[in-house]
Design a protein around this ligand. Structure first.
Ligand code: ADP
Ligand code: F6P
Length: 320
C-alpha cells in the first residue's frame, strides 16, 4: 500500500507557503505517495477537512502569495483533548506522516502529534525568521523586500516634507525584519526588541541631521519594541521640533508573490521533507544552515535559542 501523507499550513501565512505545498505534493507523488491536503491548519485537521491532492491541484501556485490550503490559529488544538482528536482524525484518514508548514506555534502542535505516534516533518514558514535552528524561514526574504519597497516610498515623501517617519514592521518578538530592511533601506535608526535604544541619542541625531541640511529621518521600529509608535512620534516631535509621522505597515508584509529566495527555499525544503518520509525517518524539522538544507529532531530544533547579532545595527548606524 502506498504511503499516505497529509500536508497543512498553520499560523500566520507567509509568501512561499504555496511553493512549499506544491513541492510537497509533487515530490510526494514523484516518490509514489498519496498526498492529502488538510485545509485550515489544525482546525481543518480536527474537522476532517482533508482531501487527496493531484499534481494538477498545485499547478499555477508557485508564484502566488497566501496559502491555497488556507491557515488558522486553532485554540482547541492547544489542549491535550484537541491533540488526541487531531491524532485520531489523521488515523481515520490512514495518514502515515504529516508535513506541517508554519511557525514555532505550529511546530509545537506538530510535536504533540509526533508524541502520539504520527511522524511529522516540519517546514518553517513564517515572515518572522524567529526560529533559532534555521538561518531562514520561508517568507522572510519576501517580507523584507516588501518593507524595503515601502521604505523607499516613505523616504520620497519624508524628504519632500522634511519629516521624521516611524515605520513599524512585523516580526512578533524578533527584530530580524526591522534589521534587514532597515540596513538595506538606509534607515537612520533601527529599533529592535533584542537591544535597548537611547531616545536622547535619536533626538540628538534628528536635530543634528536637520542642522546639516538632511530633510528626512527614518526610524524602522520592530513591533516587538513595545512602545506605542504614535506616542513615540509625539514625544520625538516635542523634543526635536521635527514633524513626525507613523506608518504601521501591517499585513502587506505577509502578502504578495514570493521572491526567488523563498521559492527556492520552499522547493528545497518541501522536497527534503518527502525524501525523509520516503526514507522512513522519524519526525524532523527541516532547516537551512550555511546554504545547506538540514534537519533536526523536532524538540531539539525548537529548543535552539535564536541568536542575536548586532552587526546589522552597527553597520546601519555607521552608514546612516
Ligand atoms: P505560528 O505557527 O506562525 O507561530 P501560532 O503561534 O498562532 O502561529 O500557532 C499556530 C497554531 O499552532 C495555533 O493556532 C495552535 O493551533 C497550534 N499551537 C500553537 N502553540 C501550540 C502548543 N503549545 N501546543 C499545541 N499546539 C499549538
Ligand atoms: O507570525 C507572523 C505575524 O505576522 C507576526 O509578525 C505578527 O505579530 C502576527 O503574525 C500577527 O498575527 P495575526 O495574523 O493574528 O494578526
Amino acid at each position: 500500500m502506498a504511503t499516505r501523507i497529509g500536508v497543512l499550513t498553520s499560523g500566520g501565512d507567509a509568501p512561499g507557503m504555496n511553493t512549499a505545498i506544491r513541492a510537497v505534493v509533487r515530490a510526494g507523488i514523484h516518490f509514489g505517495m498519496e498526498v492529502y491536503g488538510i485545509r485550515g491548519g489544525y482546525e481543518g485537521l480536527l474537522n476532517g477537512d482533508i482531501k487527496q491532492m493531484q499534481s494538477s491541484d498545485v499547478g499555477g501556485i508557485i508564484h502566488r502569495g497566501g496559502t491555497m490550503l488556507y491557515t488558522a490559529r486553532c485554540e482547541r488544538f492547544k489542549t491535550p483533548e484537541g491533540q488526541d482528536k487531531g491524532f485520531m482524525m489523521a488515523q481515520n484518514f490512514g495518514l502515515n506522516a504529516l508535513v506541517v508548514i508554519g511557525g514555532d506555534g505550529s511546530m509545537r502542535g506538530g510535536i504533540q502529534l509526533a508524541k502520539r505516534g504520527l511522524p511529522v516533518m516540519f517546514i518553517p514558514g513564517s515572515i518572522d525568521n524567529d526560529l533559532g535552528y534555521t538561518d531562514l524561514t520561508i517568507g522572510y526574504d519576501t517580507s523584507v523586500n516588501t518593507v524595503l519597497d515601502a521604505i523607499g516610498k516613505i523616504r520620497d515623501t519624508s524628504e519632500s516634507h522634511n519629516r521624521t517617519l516611524i515605520v513599524e514592521v512585523m516580526g512578533r518578538h524578533c527584530g530580524d525584519i526591522a534589521m534587514a530592511a532597515g540596513l538595506a533601506g538606509g534607515a537612520e535608526s533601527i529599533l529592535v526588541p533584542e537591544q535597548d535604544y537611547d531616545l536622547n541619542l535619536i533626538c540628538r541625531r534628528i536635530v543634528e541631521g536637520k542642522n546639516a541640511g538632511k530633510r528626512h529621518y527614518i526610524i524602522v521600529k520592530a513591533e516587538g519594541v513595545k512602545e506605542n509608535p504614535y506616542e513615540m512620534a509625539k514625544l520625538l516631535e516635542e523634543r526635536t521640533g521635527s514633524e513626525t509621522r507613523v506608518v504601521v505597515l501591517g499585513y502587506i508584509q505577509r502578502g504578495g508573490a514570493p521572491d526567488s529566495t523563498d521559492r527556492i527555499l520552499a522547493s528545497r525544503m518541501g522536497y527534503k521533507a518527502i525524501e525523509l518520509i520516503a526514507a522512513g525517518s522519524e519526525s524532523r524539522a527541516i532547516g537551512f544552515v550555511g546554504n545547506q538544507i538540514v534537519s533536526y529532531p523536532l524538540e531539539e530544533a525548537l529548543n535552539v535559542e535564536k541568536s542575536f547579532d548586532d552587526e546589522f545595527l552597527k553597520i546601519a548606524e555607521a552608514l546612516a
